[in-house]
Design a protein around this ligand. Structure first.
Ligand SMILES: Nc1ncnc2c1ncn2[C@@H]1O[C@H](COP(=O)(O)OP(=O)(O)OP(=O)(O)O)[C@@H](O)[C@H]1O
Ligand SMILES: [Mg+2]
Length: 269
């Protein structure tokens, strides 16, 4: 979706934001991410705020609703959702602004910070008062009958550790973009992080050496990890077959390599 500038939004939409923020002094479009038609840092009377949003008739509205619903349950590493408004045909979310940069998964310091944020998230039990997809619902269809149950758990999972969903600021990693909150086994998030570390050039063994530091990974059932790796590989192959964008084809390759690594390396990996 092409990103529009804040100033291009309908006047009624901008007015609804001004009701929340006070006078808007300046707006700067953010880089990173593709799903939000608008993503901008606003300099306002009440201070800086990050705004993301889409038109109300966009099919991604469901993901915005998930993001709003999960926000009160997120740990401190995640920027606070301050408000959300629907006006002039747009749904906009206003977040605590983080004056940071995207994580660099080739940098040891950044990966250390991401692991700190992940450790905090791993302690969060998925809330049961909101509707959340389970890991079995998301990935079970890519397994043999019934094997999706191997992914079950009570942990709140982020599931999308693309480096542009992590902002580094003041010696902390902040996890953003909760479009896919999921309930499942805790080791799923370290698995997703490993795949994204591979995307920046690491081998499967190098990526695993990072996520091995997460207790849930070390405590996981190797059979469940293997079945999950197979499921994720099938999913990325399906995504890449639908749209062979180079990064999607590459992700399918990384998933296949991680799967092979997990199958050939003796436990503990
Ligand atoms: N709280 C924040 N403070 C400052 N910048 C932010 C904040 N949240 C997000 N951003 C910036 O905006 C970009 C897009 O945000 P986000 O990933 O939440 O939306 P998205 O476009 O829906 O992403 P995707 O296409 O990955 O689903 C981020 O990569 C980041 O650069
Ligand atoms: Mg994003």
């Amino acid at each position: 979706m092409p990103r529009v500038a804040f100033d291009e939004l309908p006047a009624t939409t901008r007015q609804a934001v001004t009701m929340q923020t006070g006078h808007i002094v300046a707006a700067h479009t953010a880089g990173g991410g593709i799903n939000s038609a608008i993503a901008a840092l606003l300099d306002t009377e009440k201070g800086p705020v990050f705004v993301k949003g889409i038109p109300t008739d966009n099919p991604q509205v469901a993901s915005q609703e998930r993001e709003i619903a999960i926000s009160p349950h997120l740990p401190a590493s995640c920027p606070r959702l301050l408000w959300h408004v629907e006006a002039g045909g747009w749904v906009l979310l206003g977040y605590e602004a983080v004056d940071g940069r995207h994580a660099d998964y080739t940098a040891t310091d950044d990966l250390n910070l991401v692991l700190v944020a992940l450790a905090e998230l791993q302690e969060v039990i998925a809330p049961d008062d909101i509707e959340l997809k389970t890991a079995a619902e998301r990935w079970g269809k890519y397994t043999e009958e019934g094997q999706g149950e191997l992914f079950a758990g009570d942990t709140l999972l982020h599931t999308d550790f693309a480096p542009d969903n992590v902002l580094i600021h003041s010696g902390r990693a902040r996890l953003i973009d909760w479009a896919w909150p999921t309930r499942g086994a805790a080791w799923i998030d370290p698995f997703m992080l490993a795949l994204r570390i591979m995307e920046t050039g690491a081998t499967a063994a190098q990526a695993v050496s990072w996520v091995q530091r997460v207790p849930s990974w070390r405590e996981s059932d190797p059979k469940a990890l293997g079945v999950f790796a197979t499921a994720v590989t099938r999913l990325w192959r399906e995504i890449a077959a639908e749209d062979p964008a180079p990064w999607k084809v590459a992700m399918a390759g990384h998933a296949a390599q991680l799967k092979t690594h997990l199958f050939v390396t003796p436990w503990p990996y």
